[in-house]
Design a protein around this ligand. Sequence first.
Ligand SMILES: [Fe+2]
Ligand SMILES: [Fe+2]
Length: 221
Amino acid sequence: MTALSAQEFVRSLDAENQERLGRLAPDATLKPEVEGDLTVVNLLKVALKNEVEATEIAARWLVATDDVDVKLAFARQVGDEAKHYRLIAERLHALGVVAAFDPLAKGYGPLFTYLDSLGTTVERVAAGQFTREAIAVVKNRQFIEFCEAAGDRETAALYRDVIEPDERYHHDLGRRLLLRLATSADAQDAARRAARRTLELADELQQKALATAGIHHAPGC
Ligand SMILES: [Fe+2]
Ligand SMILES: [Fe+2]
């Protein structure tokens, strides 16, 4: 297979991602449930786990590369995801959750485990930044609508004004690095596979959360 130009490749990966992301939109209505697990508080607890996992995976990748641009992109992400964690924890506290809560008490999730298995920078950037952060943007948009429908304007504002712009920036970091790294047919193949698997896992996880806990609109990171 011959390689596309990096620009053509990133454009086509983006189009493929966006097409698949359309399927991540839940069918269920946005009306918050009065009973059950679907509350802003419970969704914010899911968010805490996502943020700590995103912090750690970026930290692992930061020390695993000698490329200074890549190091700094992951470093930026580590700081932002840790900041999101703190802001969400503070919001939970303001919402009355005062008991200690360990989001990793049940261990790391399948997406973290998959991302941790990726061995090259181009795959990591394609999966962990370019794709996962595009998923986060979509999921956060849904979560913002959910918060507004639930009458929680403060959580909606936190996501709209602080968290979402950062996640968009992480996606853009991924785009910039891919433009530099996805230049050979092999690199493009690996990047595309990693992006696809990330979207599949996100989709599977969402189906599972919906089936087992009735959770949809969980925010991403
Ligand atoms: Fe992020
Ligand atoms: Fe985040």
